[in-house]
Write a protein that binds this ligand. Structure first.
Ligand SMILES: C=C(O[C@H]1C=CC=C(C(=O)O)[C@@H]1O)C(=O)O
Length: 458
């Protein structure tokens, strides 16, 4: 049996486009279960220059997009979220939905961490904000798989050839190859320089200029051949089961990661977030692991670091929700390489109509920037020898109703043909120890290193 009725979809789209009253049409059709990473893998060879992958923490909501039917892009600084939200509303008015129309049109994308920071060539193609409505979207939600094709009514024919190629491929999807090229060089940005930046940050905090700042560093790897983003994604999926998996690729450059950190989710009048800050490695035995966890929960430096995030998120939620629920003490979130202090937050009666507005209010939380926010951003600009680009920034999706889910793009890296640049940061407070913070960044890079087939050497 054909997995997807190629002929039917193509015929429907032709007919719909001919009679459409709006500039875009979409057709949604149920699909048999297929491997979403294998689907993602088909993008480049079928001629799609853009592709994305999203899986939530439970793995029950997955979106894979190939190509771009509509792109919202901005280099604005202060007005970028507002601009993107306005364009989202315009997009919704331009599209006619058909087939299983319960699938609202979806935009996926991300934002730069700090649009005021000058962009280097490393992040070419990743502007201050960019959201894509894909030409072909695979969505898995509540155990149901759907395929949506979206096309401009005046250009249906243009995309048909590659859509046809994709349909033929998904009839007999090949499993994702686990082969990765070998590492040829591993260059971390100067350790001494980073440690000096952390010392300076601690001095500023002790002098009372700010309370907390998150400082990040990078590591550049080179390989013997092209890194296959689908293979990396398949390994992340296997190795990081409770993380948000994300990938955003254009013209062969792919920002990819497995983040444990939700920024915000909105579904109707309910919104959720997670305060995540304060970390320690996993133990090498159950006994040591438990001891480390108990130490983390009691450690005043980590509790302080965590508390700044709790205050800020509670303040934002309280300003837009009728009720806010959160536990009084942080819980432990145990991930394969690291454990974190974690406080989940639920808001009800949310007055904001779009998740993008919540993203704007939340970013950057003190888990990624610091506190007070503006002073921390200034400290990052002056102390951190790095172009963060989309690292530590919001990544996620929004639908036609303004609902959506966004993660913070940490535990991530940028793949560029045979090179990878990995990122990790740490919250610095008055009693931080620079060497331990450095070691913590190594632990935070371990998931990406492992997914690239490079063992972490800490
Ligand atoms: C900035 C990162 O982690 C943040 C999230 C959780 C715990 C953190 C910490 O304990 O420092 C960081 O705030 C990163 O992984 O690059």
């Amino acid at each position: 049996m054909a997995i997807v009725s190629q002929h039917k979809i193509q015929q429907q789209l032709h007919e719909l486009a001919a009679n459409a009253a709006r500039p875009f049409v979409s057709w949604t059709e149920p699909l048999e279960d297929i491997d979403p990473v294998s689907f993602f893998m088909q993008g480049p060879s079928c001629g799609f220059r853009e592709r994305f992958f999203w899986s939530d923490r439970s793995g029950s909501t997955i979106f894979v997009g190939l190509g771009s039917a509509y792109t919202i892009e901005t280099e604005e600084t202060d007005g970028r979220f507002h601009y993107v939200e306005q364009q989202r509303q315009r997009w919704v008015e331009q599209i006619e939905r058909h087939g299983e129309a319960d699938m609202p049109p979806l935009l996926f994308g991300g934002f730069a961490f700090d649009p005021h920071q000058p962009r280097t060539s490393v992040w070419r193609g990743f502007p201050a904000g960019k959201l894509i409505a894909p030409t072909v979207l695979l969505s898995v939600k509540n155990g149901r798989t759907l395929l949506t094709v979206t096309l401009p009514t005046d250009g249906v024919e243009r995309d048909m050839e590659r859509i046809g190629r994709l349909f033929r491929r998904i009839e007999e999807l090949q499993p994702v190859s686990a082969t990765l090229p070998a590492l040829v060089s591993d260059e971390e940005e100067e350790k001494e320089r980073w440690l000096a930046a952390v010392r300076q940050a601690i001095a500023s905090i002790r002098a009372g200029r700010l309370d907390k700042v998150v400082l990040a560093r990078s590591r550049r790897l080179a390989f013997t051949g092209t890194i296959d983003a689908a293979a990396v994604l398949a390994r992340l999926r296997e190795q990081q089961p409770f993380a948000y998996l994300f990938a955003f690729e254009q013209d062969g450059r792919c920002f990819i990661g497995a983040s444990p950190e939700q920024l915000v989710q909105k579904e109707g009048e309910m919104c959720q977030s997670v305060c995540l800050a304060g970390s320690v490695r996993r133990g090498s035995s159950p006994g040591e692991d438990e001891q480390l966890g108990a130490w983390l929960q009691a450690d005043s430096k980590n509790r302080e670091e965590h508390q700044f995030v709790v205050h800020m998120i509670r303040r934002v939620f309280s300003s837009v929700c009728e009720t806010v629920e959160m536990p009084t003490a942080p819980q432990l979130l145990k991930l394969p390489h690291i454990q974190h202090l974690c406080t989940p937050v639920v808001g009800r009666g949310c007055q904001e109509p779009s998740v993008l507005r919540l993203v704007e209010m939340m970013h950057p939380t003190p888990a990624l920037g610091g506190t007070p926010r503006e002073r921390a951003m200034e400290a990052i600009r002056s102390l951190e020898p790095l172009d963060r680009g989309w690292y530590a920034a919001p990544i996620g999706w929004v639908d036609a109703d303004g609902n959506g889910e966004w993660a913070v793009a940490i535990r991530s890296g940028l793949l560029d043909v045979d090179k990878a640049m990995l990122f990790a940061g740490c919250g610095i407070v008055a009693h931080s120890d620079p060497t331990s913070e450095y070691e913590e960044t190594n632990v935070k890079m371990a998931p990406m290193l492992s997914s690239l087939g490079v063992m972490s050497n800490d």
